[in-house]
Design a protein around this ligand. Structure first.
Ligand code: NAD
Length: 364
């Protein structure tokens, strides 16, 4: 249908916005709202496409379902440079256009943050991931997703034949998620041996000092300026020696070109859709445990949903730990028992819940 593929879940809405005076475009996808109003981030990038937003919105449907949040899945894209001097205007214009789409609650994503959510909230009174001053639980500042990844690792390590204490971790993408994952994983005794960003990879078999690495990244814009390590190209992170690999940047980075080089025994999918379907299958065949995105990286949206319900920080962290540990255990145990890919098991659980809710909803 008009180049937009639909299936038994959605998408419910795909909306394009064009603002000729400011010459920017935006996309809104509400994938499914049977479980409640959809929650999903606003991605800002010059290259974000309708297809990407649709795939990300579907991931949110599955993530919000499997984590039992009583929210559907949606996502938005603003096609612009997040560093544009006009960015506040773009957010405000976009917000005014989505005012009446009550089945979509915007949150932060790549290229957006607490400040951008504050602009949207100021316009339409609806957004999550707000600054503390506005009653928000600033999920990136608190490291909600990285915290969840470390909780996930605790349960997944034994399934991959690893001990988290002393495990060597490589993190691809050292932004909000990557930095927080490094902090919470090292708090649990793991050793961060590699981290990367768009400029390159830094590696040390003795381990990187996480505090210093975060300071270096914040001060100089890149991990490669960290002194005590060897610098490699960004893509080299996929072939370095490690036990746990955390992709925490963009989609499809683990693919046919690098999957055979991966040494890790456990992959925690910090980014959304970081591996292609065939790469996930190849990893499974090799015996590598890969915890799917919508199980492992749900920390951010769990915190957002808790903020929406006016819960406090402690309650949000407790909910993240409980939900992610329970789901990781359920999915990995069933995957071993039924000899299915973890993603297949997680998909079945998430879809079943959405389809059950859809039976009660005439228009969804
Ligand atoms: P961010 O913009 O803060 O950080 C992204 C980092 O990845 C940056 O350091 C960037 O330099 C790096 N990067 C980009 N392309 C790269 C490449 N090719 N090689 C190496 N590094 C690269 O974004 P974020 O909020 O940390 O989100 C990262 C991913 O996690 C996204 O896929 C996002 O959808 C997903 N995610 C984020 C959250 C959240 O709470 N922020 C929650 C769930 C999922």
């Amino acid at each position: 249908m008009n180049g937009i593929e639909v299936d038994n879940l959605g998408p419910l809405k795909v909306v394009h916005f064009y603002f000729p005076k400011t010459d920017f475009r935006a996309i809104l996808v509400v994938d499914n709202a049977a479980l409640g109003p959809s929650i999903g981030g606003v991605r800002v990038s010059p290259s974000v496409s309708t297809e990407e937003v649709m795939r990300l919105a579907r991931t949110m449907t599955l993530k919000n379902s499997v984590t039992d949040l009583h929210h559907g899945g949606g996502k938005a894209g603003i096609i612009a440079d997040p560093k544009s001097p006009h960015i506040e205007r773009y957010f405000r214009l976009f917000a005014r256009q989505i005012r009446d789409f009550y089945d979509y609650i915007p949150g932060p994503d790549m290229g957006s943050n607490e400040e951008s959510m504050a602009w949207i909230y100021d316009e339409i009174g609806r957004a999550v991931g707000l600054p503390e001053e506005m009653g928000g639980l600033p999920l990136d500042k608190l490291g909600a997703t990285g915290f969840g990844l470390a909780e996930c690792a605790e349960v997944a390590c034994p399934q991959a034949g690893l001990e988290l204490r002393g495990a060597r971790v490589a993190i691809q993408g050292f932004g909000s998620v990557g930095k927080a994952a490094a902090k919470f994983l090292s708090d649990k005794g793991a050793t961060i041996v590699a981290a990367s960003d768009t400029k390159g990879t830094i590696y040390s078999s003795d381990g990187l000092d996480v505090k210093k690495l975060i300071e270096t990244k914040d001060a100089s814009q890149s991990v490669i300026h960290y002194k005590e390590g060897t610098v490699y190209k960004p893509e080299d992170i996929f072939s370095l020696e490690c036990d746990i690999l955390v992709p925490a940047a963009s989609p499809d980075v683990i693919n046919e070109s690098n999957v055979d080089n991966i040494k890790a025994r456990l992959i925690l999918q910090g980014a959304n859709i970081p591996a292609t379907k065939s790469a996930e299958e190849a990893l499974h065949k090799k015996g590598v445990v890969s915890v799917p995105d919508f199980i492992a990286n749900a920390g951010g949206v769990i915190m957002a949903a808790m903020e929406y319900r006016r819960k406090i920080e402690r309650e949000a962290f407790d909910a993240i730990a409980t939900k992610i540990k329970t789901n990781t255990k359920l999915v990995l145990e069933r995957s071993i028992k039924e000899r299915l890919l973890p993603r297949q098991v997680a998909l079945e659980i998430a879809q079943e819940r959405v389809l059950r809710a859809m039976k009660y909803r005439e228009s969804l």
